[in-house]
Write a protein of this length. Structure first.
Ligand SMILES: NC(=O)c1ccc[n+]([C@@H]2O[C@H](COP(=O)([O-])OP(=O)(O)OC[C@H]3O[C@@H](n4cnc5c(N)ncnc54)[C@H](O)[C@@H]3O)[C@@H](O)[C@H]2O)c1
Length: 327
């Protein structure tokens, strides 16, 4: 069986992807320091508890697992925090990713699927956003992802590293079978925040900006189901292993939904009223972020299958009211 090292595999997108990898016949080995991930989410492969800060542990994990590829999810992920603590973002997302790349070279592991982000685009000039749109991040987080996309590309040119940089838009939803879901602390993503407000885990949800140039005045985002993202990673890894081209690819649906539409979907699905309050815009949030997903469709044959807004909200709702795991 082909082994793959999954950094950040105890986290949200990484854990759903380990399940998809195991289903597709790979053997995932999770590498995670559990700073934001969960032991209970590691169910489809071994867990190596380690930090990407430590090059020796990464080399050991790569050599010990005989991995033939790496899926690199581990990162610090909060855009707002990156503006007040950029040091954390450049250390964890840049320096630590360089440790990983160097360990891959030393161990002769040639394939990497890298979790990039729509944050590499900054304020879009066109919508939907194609991959050749100018890359001008407006946050330290976005810059940390862009720097690593560039480094990975140069490692490809010089050392033969084969790579896919997957630029996710808004990952959302939960495992269709209810085995996994989103558990970030602190939570910064809209759908879980709306759900938490709906079930009384927070007093209300804030609608950040009601005066955007959009039909209902609230910001529009492209929500993509986490299971669909997981599929795309399996396809990208296979493509690299079969000699496919190294590329950056958007992962989104091409459809945007406003904050008010998300709240309405939660009310439809939960049959409860969402306590929402209008608030000021958050600095740096663009009005509309929607992917042009044509490249991933063409290169990987990837089509989101579970990313209709109500389907996403349905799985996230079920997860939010399910008994909680611990650890
Ligand atoms: N969630 C989204 O909407 C979204 C959108 C765009 C891009 N991304 C990217 O996708 C990836 C996964 O996001 P997520 O939402 O699953 O995040 P997450 O926080 O749930 O998962 C990240 C995992 O990485 C681990 N980790 C962090 N630093 C580490 C280190 N130094 N060593 C070992 N493990 C470490 C954490 O413990 C956690 O399990 C990230 O790279 C993120 O930037 C996410």
């Amino acid at each position: 069986m082909t082994r793959v090292l999954v950094t950040g595999g105890a986290g949200y997108v990484g854990s759903h992807t380990t399940k998809a990898l195991a289903r597709a016949g790979f053997e995932p080995v999770v590498f995670d320091n559990l700073s934001a991930g969960h032991r209970w989410a590691v169910r489809w492969g071994a867990l190596v508890e380690g930090d990407l800060e430590d090059p020796a542990i990464i080399r050991q994990a790569l050599a010990g697992s005989k991995a033939e590829g790496v899926l690199h999810f581990a990162a610090s992920i909060a855009v707002g925090e990156s503006m007040t603590n950029p040091q954390k973002y450049f250390r964890n997302n840049v320096v630590n990713t360089l440790h990983l790349l160097d360990a891959m070279l030393e161990c002769g592991v040639k394939n990497i699927v890298f979790s990039s982000s729509a944050a590499v685009y900054g304020n879009p000039e066109t919508t939907p956003i194609p991959e050749d749109h100018p890359l001008r991040p407006t946050s330290a987080y976005g810059d940390s992802k862009l720097i690593m996309e560039k480094a990975i590309r140069w490692y490809g040119e010089a050392y033969g590293l084969r790579w896919a940089a997957l630029r996710y838009f808004n990952a959302a939803g939960a495992d269709a079978e209810g085995e996994l879901g989103e558990e970030h602390d602190p939570e910064t993503h809209l759908i879980p925040l709306v759900l938490q407000a709906t079930i009384g885990r927070r007093p209300h949800v804030e609608v950040l900006g009601t005066d955007y140039p959009t039909p209902d005045g609230t910001a529009i985002r492209d929500y993509v189901d986490v299971g669909d993202l997981a599929e795309a990673h399996v396809l990208a890894l296979r493509s690299l292993m079969e000699g496919g081209k190294s590329l950056a690819m958007n992962l989104g649906t091409g459809q945007g939904h406003s904050v008010r539409e998300v709240i309405a979907a939660v009310e439809r699905v939960s049959k409860l009223k969402v306590p929402a309050r209008d608030a000021a815009r958050r600095a740096g949030d663009p009005p509309v972020l929607v992917a042009d997903p044509a490249r991933a469709a063409e290169v990987l044959g990837w089509k989101p299958r579970h990313s209709q807004l109500d389907t996403i909200v349905e799985s996230a709702w079920k997860w939010s009211v399910a008994p909680k795991h611990s650890g």
